[in-house]
Design a protein around this ligand. Structure first.
Ligand code: C5P
Length: 244
């Protein structure tokens, strides 16, 4: 348990249109949440949409999962920093040179430095599909758990500030890396459908397991009253800390 930490709420703005995303942002105005902009919304609204969020004093997590040659990712990371987002993702499978290149370029810039979050193995991989990839790459099949564990071990040494991990991985990551910054998707308040998430945790469970931030998308964006659901989730997070 890491109850000295707060667990923050990240709202996934999984909308195909910037105007609909901004409606939700306005509805949640004043709430201490972070907004996650993924590939779909970024492609629809571009960097101008991110600038608009920042202009509205929103905290932004840019989830584009960068993966390219080190020079390209370093230059992209520089652009991310210019957007003044709080954190962004890259694939740890891009390797040490790629992650370090991003970390190095950020250490040189004279701006608020965004947090680099490493993505290990996407949670959409099952054992069979991951075995296909690892066998093609190395000749040996590996499990997603083994590969993710191995990559997380390197994440910090390579210059990442934290990781995106599944609720299931969180428990073992916390045992091994008590201070690593963790962002956890696949969160559902009790009574909500898991949708396509394979293994879910409630906000309270994630808080007790030591998540620094949880990501909630569909339950909030499809809610009749997203503002009150966010309030409920934040209360559940703080109650979990009190009752522990
Ligand atoms: O709607 P839901 O709460 O399932 O949305 C979760 C968000 O977190 C989505 O934007 C999804 O792309 C993202 N995500 C995830 N699993 C990961 C990484 C990111 O669900 N491993």
């Amino acid at each position: 348990m890491n109850l000295h930490r707060n667990t923050e709420l990240i709202v996934a703005l999984d909308f195909p249109r910037p105007d609909r995303a901004l409606e939700l942002v306005d509805e949640l105005r004043g709430k201490p949440v972070i907004f996650k902009v993924g590939m779909e919304l970024f492609l629809a609204g571009g960097p101008d949409f991110v600038r608009e969020l920042v202009h509205r004093k929103a905290r932004v997590f840019l989830d584009l999962k960068l993966h390219d040659i080190p020079n390209t990712v370093a230059r992209a990371a520089q652009q991310v920093a210019l957007l003044k987002v709080e954190m962004f993702t890259l694939h740890l499978s891009g390797g040490s040179a790629m992650v370090r290149a991003a970390a190095d370029v950020l250490s040189e810039i004279d701006l608020l430095r965004p947090r680099i979050l490493g993505v290990g193995v996407l949670t959409s991989f099952d054992d069979v599909r991951w075995a296909e990839v690892t066998k093609a790459l190395t000749g040996h099949a590996a499990t997603p758990d083994d590969s993710a564990g191995g990559m997380i071990e390197h994440a910090v040494a390579w210059g990442a500030d934290g990781v995106v991990c599944s609720a299931l991985e969180l428990v073992s990551i916390r045992k091994q890396y008590p201070t690593l910054y963790t962002v956890v998707p696949g969160i559902r308040p009790a009574g909500f459908s898991a949708d396509d998430q394979a293994r879910v945790m409630t906000p309270a469970q994630a808080r007790l397991a030591g998540a620094d931030a949880i990501v909630v998308g569909r339950p909030i964006i499809e809610a009749k009253n997203p503002r009150s659901l966010c309030e409920d989730i934040m209360k559940e997070l703080s109650d979990a800390a009190i009752s522990a």
